[in-house]
Design a binder for this molecule. Structure first.
Ligand code: DGI
Ligand code: FE
Ligand code: FE
Length: 186
């Protein structure tokens, strides 16, 4: 499958509004990759793939996660997290992507993880700050992203954690690990 076919297939699996978001993540991820020294082609590919399972029925996401068998623990956390590992698995199974760096940056784009690679950080931050995003603090994140990848990403996780606290929701441990690691290992 060539890139255009992949794009058409992914685009057809989501509402137009979400595709606009994906396009924002693609352009932002390329800019951030160039700015901070990640591979722009890998950043683009990961951005194209990152939300491919976002609009899947919950059962279908769960089935993909169980079929892969790598990350069953996530099934006891918020369903909003599931599209990331499901998307990584389907990227390999159905779209033939084999680059582990790309697959991991899709897998961890929502939760983050300790020891995030440069590509993980670029994709995750692009997802937070693409031009269509509008949440309290997003402009501060964009400003930090001009110069400081880790500080911008940390502000992103802080905002997610704050949101989850305010909503009284469970926090996925990898998100805390991601934030702690950005503080401990500047
Ligand atoms: O898929 P997107 O909307 O582009 O963004 P995303 O993949 O970052 O998904 C974010 C959603 O996941 C957001 O509504 C918050 C929710 N979520 C639920 N629990 C957690 C969580 N996000 C993180 N990072 N950590 C959690 O524990
Ligand atoms: Fe996502
Ligand atoms: Fe996204």
């Amino acid at each position: 499958m060539d890139k255009q076919q992949m794009i058409e297939s992914i685009r057809s699996g989501m509402p137009e509004r979400r595709w606009q978001h994906v396009q924002g993540v693609i352009s932002t991820a390329i800019v951030l990759a160039k700015r901070f020294g990640a591979d722009p082609d890998k950043a683009e590919l990961a951005a194209i793939l990152h939300d491919l399972a976002k609009y899947w029925p919950v059962d279908r996401m769960e089935e993909a996660i169980r079929e892969e068998g790598a990350d069953l623990g996530i099934l006891s956390y918020d369903k909003e997290l599931w599209h990331a590992p499901a998307g990584a698995y389907i990227s390999r199974r159905d779209y033939g992507v084999t680059d582990i760096e790309v697959l991991d940056s899709v897998r961890y784009h929502t939760s983050g993880r300790a020891g995030m690679t440069l590509l993980d950080k670029v994709v995750c931050l692009a997802d937070y700050m693409e031009p269509g995003r509008d949440f309290p603090g997003v402009d501060g994140i964009r400003e930090l992203a001009e110069t400081d990848l880790d500080a911008a990403l940390r502000a992103g996780f802080d905002s997610t954690i704050r949101f989850l606290l305010e909503k009284g929701k469970v926090i996925y441990p990898l998100t805390l690990a991601a934030r702690n690691d950005l503080i401990r290992n500047p």
